[in-house]
Design a protein around this ligand. Structure first.
Ligand code: PMP
Length: 440
């Protein structure tokens, strides 16, 4: 049986999949399938291989660690791989108060760790999440996710004590894309006031968690005034502010962490994805004084802060510094934004469907005009359709991997941060061809 057919038969159907390709090898911005098809990867493993696939220094560091010690269990002793990582990681965290770290494996686990810490440290039960948020697919994080119902649907009941407030995103308010950031921030902060009056009292609320750039929920960057407003509310009510930078962190937005743009200090920072450039590693960083409120033994896990993943993360942070990755993000971001904005303003049919181009760095979203527009659907029946999934399909047919986001008609560009000028040019051309093919 062919590999893809074998996978279809024996791998859980609950995993939705963009393509039926079997990825075999990858280097930089390209993946090669088992059938020798070369794909331009604008997904970077969903924001994971920020330094490109199989970065030589990261792979070499992991390989070297493999013949030293692979498993140094954190509840048994320290590991020198972990200590080396912390020496590199602490200086790049967004605030010096974040001086204590707990490492785990996946983003969802790290979000759970943040919730446990917030509850233990404040002795309060409830968590406020943002409309449109994505925090994972485990029981607790599915309960905290507001981007789509699919993550919890049919799997309940999930963790309780989760309440929702608004994110300053125009689509959530049925507003026009041109609505000013100030208006959206004021609306969202007013909603937060109601959330604390009507849903969960401050005395019951341990934390407010947000993705500073809403990820799966539409690639919307929180305006600085919103983050400052959240910080103020948290300070007034003794509530912790958790920044889930799983997707927006590790250079993705052109800052090492997106909270640096506003200078707002989170009480807990959640990181994963890009931290080890493809090896499973995640964690939270917070103040020692908060972390010390957890009882020894209450945290940990068999693979937490695995030695090979830590070695890969150390090499990742060093490569960021040595290879001036953030400079490339700034240049390629400018290239991509210029292309998309020019296409939008071009007066062409394809461009006229682009409603909004947004994001930061190489976390870029394109929202299309009318999600309920009638276009010819693939099976000949006309009806309400979304453009983004159709464009994604056209891109895949042109050997480029691109992702959409949840419910609204939004595409996300999340390439390796090391993507070259020529590769980005190629990506822009494929995107334009795909869009033209869909709306022609
Ligand atoms: N938080 C955010 C913001 C994410 O983007 C993701 C993953 N897309 C997660 C949490 C969950 O991470 P993981 O898939 O590693 O559990």
């Amino acid at each position: 049986m062919d590999a893809a057919a074998f996978g279809e038969q024996h791998i859980a159907k609950g995993i939705g999949r963009l393509t039926k390709h079997v990825f075999d090898e990858a280097k930089g911005s390209f993946i090669t399938t088992d059938k020798g098809v070369k794909l331009l990867d604008l997904t970077a493993g969903i924001g994971v291989v920020n330094l490109g696939h199989c970065h030589p220094k990261v792979s070499a560091a992991a390989a070297a660690q493999c013949s030293k010690i692979t498993h140094a269990q954190v509840n048994v002793g320290f590991s020198s791989a972990q200590i080396r990582l912390l020496r590199e990681l602490l200086p790049i965290l967004p605030h010096p108060s974040l001086d204590t770290v707990f490492l785990w494996n996946s983003g969802a686990e790290a979000v759970e760790a943040a919730v446990k810490l917030a509850r233990a440290a404040t002795k309060k039960p409830n968590i406020i999440v943002m409309q449109g948020s994505y925090h994972g697919r485990t029981n607790a994080t599915a309960a905290m996710t507001r981007s789509k119902t699919i993550y919890g649907e049919g799997h309940g009941p999930t963790m309780g004590g989760v309440f929702t407030t608004a994110f300053p995103y125009y689509s959530h308010f049925g507003a026009a894309p041109s609505t000013s950031a100030n208006d959206l921030v004021n609306q969202a902060l007013l909603q937060l006031k109601f959330t604390l009056q009507q849903q969960t009292a401050p005395s019951d609320t341990a934390a407010i968690i947000l993705e500073p750039v809403l990820g799966e929920g539409g690639y919307v960057a929180a305006p600085p005034a919103f983050l400052h407003g959240l910080r103020k509310t948290c300070d007034e009510h003794d509530i912790l502010l958790i920044a889930d930078e799983v997707q927006s962190g590790m250079g993705r937005t052109g800052h090492m962490w997106f909270v640096e743009e506003s200078g707002v200090r989170p009480d807990i920072l959640v990181f994963a994805k890009g931290i080890a450039n493809g090896f499973p590693l995640s964690g939270i960083a917070s103040r020692r004084e908060l972390m010390d409120r957890q009882k020894p033994g209450s945290m940990g896990g068999t693979y937490a802060g695995n030695a090979v993943a830590c070695a890969a993360a150390t090499a990742t942070i060093q490569a960021f510094r040595d290879e001036k990755v953030l400079e490339n993000v700034a240049e390629r971001s400018h290239q991509l934004f210029s292309f998309l904005n020019e296409l939008k303003a071009s007066g062409s049919k394809a461009g006229s469907w682009i409603e909004d181009v947004r994001g930061r760095g190489l976390m870029v979203g394109v929202q299309f005009a009318d999600p309920n527009l009638e276009l010819e659907s693939g099976n000949g029946a006309a009806g309400p359709v979304l453009l983004a999934p159709k464009i994604v399909k056209e891109c895949v047919e042109r050997n480029m991997l691109l992702l959409s986001t949840s419910i609204f008609d939004v595409l996300r560009f999340i390439p390796p941060l090391t993507i070259t000028e020529a590769e980005m040019g190629m990506a822009c051309g494929i995107f334009r061809d795909a869009l033209e093919a869909v709306v022609r």
